[in-house]
Design a protein around this ligand. Structure first.
Ligand code: ADP
Ligand code: MG
Length: 703
C-alpha cells in the first residue's frame, strides 16, 4: 500500500465516510496510520454487571434492553437513558444534554460503556459514559484482550478505523525508514518507528502501547525543536541593521514616561538594546504576564531604532489593538520635542498619523499616500494588523519588527515579515502575555531567546477572585454598582455573541452578549450606560465602543472574550465572567488581567454553569495561583491528554502535549536536536530528518 496515496485509493468509502474522514483531517493513507487511539479497552479486566460496585471506573459490556429520550422540565435539560443487561444483571446509562445518544442506540445493540459506576435505590447506573457499539466477535477480543478506541465522528466508527489501520499495518514493509537516528533511540530506550506503530494500534500489553506513545511523543517534540533550531540557524545567516545608541539619550527618553520602570523592564530593555547593536538579527521573545508593561519595553526599542534613523513595523493581532497601540504610541512619544510620524494601517483601510498642529490628534490620509511615505522612509513607525504582511507594504529601511501577542500569529506569518528591500533581516521582538509552561516554551519557541517580565509595576494590588454561586448573583451585581459609584468601570464577559440557535440544546445555557446587555439594562442597571463589544461588530463600531469605554462614557462593557487580548482601560476594576468553564485557565487569567491595570483594588467574579467537581477545582486554581505561569503548569497537569485541545494552537498534537508533561523528555529532545544542528547545520548528514522537517513546517498550523 502506498502510504502517500489517498485513503480512497486503498479503501472503498461511502460519501459519508469520506466526509467524516475529511472532518478528522485524514486524507492520505499515512494520515490514517498516524491517527492514534485515544484510549484502550482492556478486556482482561472485564467485569460482569453483577460484580460492579459503587465508584468503579470500568467498562461494562452488554446488550441494550431499553432506550428512551426524556426531558426534565425544571432545567429544560434533555436526558437520554438506556438500560443495558448481561447474563448477570442490568445497569442504567444516562446522558445529559446529549439527545442524539438515544437515536444512536437501539434495543438489541451490543455496547461497551466506560465510566464511573454509581448505585442508588433504583439500582446501578453510569452517567455520561463513553460508549461504543461492539460486535460479539470484537467483545471476545480476537485473541487479543486490548482493544484500541479511536475518537470517532459520525460516519466513521472505531471499528472501521481498527479494520483499516490493521490492513495498513499488515502491508507495511519490513523496514520502514525511521527518521530518528538509531543512537538516539538506543540512548532513550525508544522503540523503532515500525514497532511503535504496531504497538500503538495493536498492543499485546498496555505497556507496549505506553512505550509506543512515548516514542511518538518524543518524536514530535524532537522534530518541532529541530525545525525551530534550523530556522534560527537560517535567520542568523542574514545581516541586519546595527542600531547604535546613546545611553544618556535613552535614559532621558525613559524618564519622560509617567512612571518609574520596573527592574524587570529595565533589564529587558538593556537586553534588547544589546541585541540590536549587533549586525546579526535579534530573535527575542518577551513573555510578560498581563499588565506587566510590555508596551513600555516595545516603545523603548522603537525609540532606539527610529533615533538611529531606521523604520519599525509593529504588528498587533486585531484592529482594536492596533488602534489602541497607535494611541498609546502617540502618548508615549508626545514628550519628545520632535514627535515622530506614526502610521496606522489596517485591512479596513483606516490610515492615520498624528497631525502636525496637534500631535495628540490623528489625521486620516489615503492608503496610497501612507504607503508612499512608508516606502520613502518619511513615516518611521508603522502600526498594523497582519495586513502589514499581506499587503506587501514596502519599507525603506526596516530595522525592527515587533509582534504583539505573537501567539496569535502563525509561524509562517512571523517568518514572512523578515526582509526589507535590501534583503536585510530586521531585528525581531515578539511579545506574548500567554504564560505557557516551560516545557512548551522550550519546544515551540526554540528559535527565540526568552526574556521574562516577571515583576508587576509597583502599587498594583493583587486581584480578589471569587467563584460565585447562582444565589450570590445579586451580591455580585451590588459589587459592580459599588465600584461604579466610586467612579470605576466594569466588564461583563459572556461566552456568546447572539441569542443561541434554539435547535442547539447545549447553547441554550450560555449567555450571549446582546441579550445579556439588554437584560442588564432593563432589569438590573437601569441607571447605567451599558455598551457591547464583540468580534462581529465592524471596526468602526468596535473603535467607538472602546473609545466610549476609555472615556468612561460607558460604565459597563458587556463583551465576548475579544477583550482578552491586550485591551487597556486602567479605570476598569471589576470583571464578571459568565460561563467560566467554557474558557481555559490561561484565558481566564488573561481576562482577569483586564482589571489589574491601576493601583485600585481589582475584582474578578467567576460564574460557572456547571457544578461538577472538576470545574470547581479548576476554577479554584484561579483563586490560588500566584501568576499565569503557575496556572499554565496546573492546566497542563490536570487536563487529561485528549482534552488538551489547546495544543492545536501551538501546533502540538495531543500526543505531543503528553510529552510536555515530562520536562526530562523535552530536555532530552532539546539536547539531541542541538547536537544534530551543531554537527550538521544544514542537516545534510541527516537526509531523513531534513525531509521530515521540510514537511513538518507545512503541517504546523497556528491560530
Ligand atoms: P501588557 O504587558 O499587558 O501589554 P501594558 O504595556 O499595556 O501591559 O501596561 C499596562 C499598564 O501599566 C499601562 O496602563 C501602562 O501605562 C502601565 N505601566 C507600564 N509600566 C509601568 C510601570 N513601570 N509603572 C507603572 N505603570 C506601568
Ligand atoms: Mg499588551
Amino acid at each position: 500500500m502506498d502510504l502517500n496515496s489517498s485513503i480512497e485509493k486503498n479503501f472503498r468509502l461511502s460519501p459519508r465516510q469520506k466526509s467524516a474522514l475529511d472532518k478528522l483531517g485524514l486524507k492520505t493513507t499515512k494520515d490514517l496510520l498516524f491517527y492514534f487511539p485515544s484510549r484502550y479497552e482492556n478486556f482482561s479486566e472485564r467485569k460482569n454487571i453483577a460484580s460492579l460496585a459503587e465508584g468503579d471506573k470500568t467498562t461494562v459490556f452488554g446488550e441494550v434492553l431499553e432506550a428512551s429520550l426524556g426531558k426534565t422540565w425544571k432545567k429544560r435539560m434533555s436526558i437520554s437513558e438506556i438500560t443495558v443487561g448481561d447474563n448477570t444483571g442490568i445497569i442504567k446509562a444516562v446522558w445529559f444534554h446529549q439527545p442524539y445518544m438515544a437515536k444512536m442506540l437501539n434495543v438489541g445493540d451490543k455496547v461497551a460503556l466506560t465510566g464511573k459506576i454509581s448505585r442508588n435505590k433504583s439500582g446501578l447506573s453510569i452517567s455520561n459514559p463513553n460508549f461504543e457499539k461492539i460486535s460479539a466477535y470484537e467483545a471476545l477480543g480476537e485473541g487479543s484482550v486490548i482493544l484500541p478506541v479511536y475518537s470517532e465522528t459520525s460516519g466513521i466508527t472505531s471499528r472501521w478505523l481498527r479494520f483499516a489501520i490493521q490492513r495498513i499495518l499488515n502491508s507495511l514493509e519490513e523496514n520502514i525508514a525511521d527518521p530518528i537516528p538509531k543512537e538516539i533511540l538506543k540512548k532513550y530506550h525508544l522503540p523503532s518507528l515500525k514497532s511503535s506503530l504496531i504497538f500503538i494500534h495493536k498492543p499485546q500489553k498496555l505497556k507496549d502501547a505506553e512505550a509506543a506513545r512515548k516514542r511518538l511523543a518524543f518524536e514530535e517534540i524532537f522534530f518541532i525543536q529541530l525545525a525551530r533550531l534550523s530556522q534560527r540557524q537560517e535567520r542568523e545567516k542574514h545581516h541586519s541593521l546595527k542600531i547604535n545608541f546613546d545611553q544618556e539619550e535613552l535614559g532621558k527618553f525613559l524618564s519622560s514616561f509617567p512612571f518609574e520602570l520596573t527592574g524587570a523592564q529595565k533589564k529587558v530593555i538593556s537586553a534588547v538594546a544589546g541585541d540590536m547593536q549587533k549586525s546579526s538579527p535579534m530573535s527575542r521573545l518577551l513573555e510578560g504576564d498581563v499588565g506587566s508593561g510590555k508596551t513600555a519595553v516595545a516603545i523603548a526599542a522603537v525609540y532606539l531604532a527610529i533615533s538611529a534613523g531606521y523604520q519599525v513595523a509593529y504588528m498587533a493581532p486585531t484592529e482594536i489593538l492596533a488602534g489602541q497601540h497607535f494611541q498609546s504610541f502617540i502618548e508615549y512619544f508626545s514628550e519628545l520635542r520632535l514627535t515622530p510620524k506614526i502610521g496606522l494601517i489596517t485591512s479596513s483601510g483606516c490610515q492615520k498619523f498624528p497631525s502636525k498642529v496637534n500631535p495628540s490628534e490623528a489625521t486620516k490620509i489615503s492608503r496610497a499616500q501612507l504607503l508612499k511615505w512608508v516606502e520613502n522612509g518619511e513615516i518611521p513607525i508603522l502600526i498594523g494588523t497582519h495586513s502589514l504582511i499581506q499587503d506587501k507594504v514596502k519599507l525603506k529601511n526596516l530595522a525592527l519588527v515587533i509582534i504583539d501577542e505573537q501567539h496569535r500569529f502563525g509561524a509562517r506569518q512571523r517568518a514572512s515579515l523578515v526582509t526589507d528591500k535590501s534583503g536585510d533581516v530586521p531585528h525581531l521582538l515578539s511579545m506574548t502575555a500567554t504564560p505557557i509552561p516551560r516545557t512548551l516554551a522550550l519546544t515551540i519557541y526554540g528559535d527565540l531567546d526568552l526574556s521574562l517580565l516577571d515583576e508587576l509595576p509597583a502599587g498594583r494590588k493583587s486581584p480578589i477572585t471569587k467563584i460565585i454561586s447562582p444565589e450570590e448573583r445579586g451580591t455580585a451585581y451590588a459589587m459592580i454598582r459599588e465600584e461604579i459609584n466610586k467612579g470605576r468601570q466594569a466588564y461583563i464577559i459572556c461566552p456568546r455573541i447572539d441569542e443561541p440557535d434554539p435547535e442547539k440544546e447545549m447553547a441554550l445555557l450560555a449567555k450571549s452578549v446582546k441579550e445579556e446587555a439588554k437584560k442588564l439594562k432593563k432589569e438590573i442597571f437601569q441607571e447605567m450606560e451599558i455598551g457591547i463589544l464583540h468580534g462581529k461588530m465592524t471596526p468602526q463600531e468596535k473603535e467607538e465602543a472602546l473609545l466610549k469605554f476609555k472615556d468612561n462614557k460607558i460604565n459597563i462593557l458587556v463583551a465576548t472574550s475579544v477583550v482578552e487580548v491586550g485591551i487597556n482601560v486602567p479605570n476598569a476594576t471589576i470583571i464578571i465572567i459568565e460561563g467560566a468553564e467554557r474558557f481555559g485557565l490561561a484565558q481566564l487569567h488573561q481576562l482577569r488581567g483586564r482589571v489589574i491595570r491601576s493601583s485600585h483594588q481589582p475584582y474578578c467574579l467567576v460564574f460557572a454553569e456547571s457544578k461538577s467537581q472538576k470545574t470547581t477545582e479548576r476554577l479554584k486554581a484561579l483563586t490560588s495561583a500566584k501568576n499565569g505561569f503557575e496556572l499554565a503548569e496546573y492546566d497542563l497537569k490536570i487536563r487529561g491528554a485528549g482534552e488538551l485541545g489547546g495544543g492545536k494552537q501551538w501546533g502540538v498534537s495531543d500526543i505531543g502535549m503528553e510529552a510536555l508533561k515530562n520536562i526530562k523528555m523535552v530536555e532530552a529532545a532539546r539536547t539531541e536536536s542541538q547536537k544534530i544542528i551543531a554537527e550538521s547545520p544544514d542537516l545534510k548528514k541527516y537526509p531523513l530528518l531534513l525531509a521530515k522537517i521540510a514537511n513538518n513546517g507545512k503541517q504546523i498550523h497556528f491560530e
